[in-house]
Ligand binder design. Structure first.
Ligand SMILES: [Zn+2]
Length: 251
């Protein structure tokens, strides 16, 4: 079978047998894949300590006949994102990111946007960048890329277009904003300022550049956190095991 080579993020590893490793990895051209690295725990020459969870690597693999598992032939470390392992709360964030990716991306769904997002989020956590902002960026974007974007163009109940003025509310059942004539602001229908709606629109845009300044401020971060938590809970619910380990961090 044809040999393939791609940059990938290691999402998960598990010991198999005496010396093999079962590796789950995400790459831009092949999406989420699982493979067996024969002898990875014994001979380190082909893998040079690179098959570590959260690492960015260059990986060579071969498909197997009549199996979804691939053979991982070799792996070279590009960036191990070591900062992630320095702190329990950072490790929890990274685990959450991996879990969201696995839930939203079944095997073999390629996505360069998702690969770039993973690389950005894990890199930012490792550098101990602004973790709350990174989490918000990841949540908004992974939901959009995974097909659960929030509709910001019009009220999901009466259809009135939103023109970027005045507060909008987020209504979970419609996965969209709604207007103040249709609902009242409450914990179930959290409100967003025009800036928050604008920032969320940018986060959902396919042309988002991670180096752009996104206009976050304390109000926007707080509002996005409430909206995205409700949206993710509604769409993915109890499937997210790691969400309850997300420790609140000082903004
Ligand atoms: Zn309305």
């Amino acid at each position: 079978m044809e040999q393939r080579k791609a940059e990938a993020i290691i999402l998960r590893t598990r010991d198999v047998g005496e010396s093999d490793l079962l590796v789950t990895f995400f790459s831009s051209p092949y999406g989420n894949l699982k493979g067996v690295a024969k002898g990875a725990r014994r001979s380190s020459r082909r893998f040079v300590n690179s098959l570590t969870i959260f690492s960015l690597v260059e990986l060579e693999f071969r498909e197997r006949r009549s199996s979804d598992l691939v053979w991982v032939e070799s792996c070279e470390l590009i960036d191990g994102f070591p900062g992630i392992r320095s702190d329990y709360s950072l490790l929890s964030r990274a685990s959450y990111i991996v879990e969201m990716t696995e839930i939203l991306f079944p095997p073999n769904v390629p996505s360069s946007e998702m690969f770039q997002l993973l690389r950005f989020a894990l890199g930012s956590i490792s550098r101990k960048g602004n973790i709350e902002e990174t989490t918000i960026i990841f949540q908004a974007r992974v939901m959009k890329i995974g097909g659960f974007g929030i509709n910001l163009s019009k009220c999901g109940l009466c259809g009135r277009p939103y023109r970027g003025r005045g507060r909008a509310l987020f209504y979970t059942p419609s996965g969209s904003i709604v207007c103040l004539a249709c609902k009242r602001e409450s914990t179930l229908t959290p409100g967003m300022s025009p800036n928050t709606v604008h920032v969320l629109g940018q986060l959902q845009s396919p042309c988002l550049s991670f180096s752009n300044t996104l206009g976050f401020n304390e109000e926007t971060l707080g509002e996005l956190k409430r909206v995205l938590t409700a949206h993710i809970e509604n769409c993915l619910g109890k499937r997210l095991k790691s969400a309850r380990y997300l420790q609140p961090l000082p903004l």
